[in-house]
Design a protein around this ligand. Sequence first.
Ligand code: HSE
Length: 433
Amino acid sequence: MMRTRPLKVALLGCGVVGSEVARIMTTHADDLAARIGAPVELAGVAVRRPSKVREGIDPALITTDATALVERGDIDVVVEVIGGIEPARTLITTAFEHGASVVSANKALLAEDGPALHAAAQKYGGDLYYEAAVAGAIPLVRPLRESLAGDKVNRVLGIVNGTTNFILDRMDTSGAGYSEALDEATALGYAEADPTADVEGFDAAAKAAILAGIAFHTRVGIGEVHREGITEVTAADIASARRMGCTVKLLAICERAADGRSVTARVHPAMIPLSHPLASVREAYNAVFVEAEAAGQLMFYGPGAGGSPTASAVLGDLVAVCRNKLGETTGPGESAYTRLPVSPMGDVVTRYHISLDVADKPGVLAQVATVFAEQGVSIDTVRQQSRQDGDGEASLVVVTHRALDAALSGTVEALRKLDTVRGVASIMRVEGE
Ligand code: HSE
């Protein structure tokens, strides 16, 4: 039986994602109603610039007063696609207080204040869904929260930022430097005018915090995610990776420690072998591996950004929370019962690729090898090449075996102090083997 009284939806934000959400709600209204069991009605759209023409949206629905909209009292679901911390946080909290459920695409807010938002949802009997906050259209939050709820996830590893993947892909395929590749990403609309959130890894770190929290049923704060961006990645790093049969990707890696007593979450560029499935994730696509005890290895791949893909994830959540509303129930809330501590980067076990400029004279290789031995770091491969320009220097590339990151970074610090080491040309972690 179809309920005739519609569920009322307030849309906060009508930019690239919000306008697509409104469009799909209108054009697919009959299908959405059939899937939910009641019609959904766009009851108001809060925007910053009311004079902008918004095709397909009744101008009578447009308001600049988002607070009044969420306080109306007859709104069933608030869809928040404005992003940022405030006013989004206050609006979402107010929405819960007034009996609404919330669908949000706001990774920064969820990473910073997810527990408080979940608590507000629970207190007022609402749902908080946020599939669109991580990797656009790719279903990840729901698989982790629901499909894998009976399994034990040990690792989540992936490319969760399309802008940086586009830049690194361009550097890899064309030999371009970082600035040139960033300019191309900006010209094509992949990078924003201020690309900081993407290129410095903030966006990926927020997604890593959200994924780690859901995967390991614990709380991972954004400040607990180790973060390095791609601004220091050079064409020489990419060329060095190529020589090793690798490519460079910005990875988000969330792991449960081998003893199961802690977790780590990190975002940094890393070399991965060309044979690894993540190496073939090109342009602005995202892909995430989830390793679970019973399921084994799962891979999720697709468009991680953009209006339509992100709107797809928002609409999926909208259908789910509307169904819950009709059934007078709620879906899964926060699951943080394991209370696992988050270990620092120094406790992570990884491998380093270190490229050094050294004096080309007797004993230097032994001196360098001694530093590794003193730090308890085992060397996997060494490649040395004398410079053709006869300046008495050689390039030395060392790839280590797996070791604690603290020991590896200690090794680099000690190498920098050697007189015979003229410079550390590049350091990059190696993953995916
Ligand atoms: N700016 C992000 C990206 C999309 O490039 O993947 C939104 O998180």
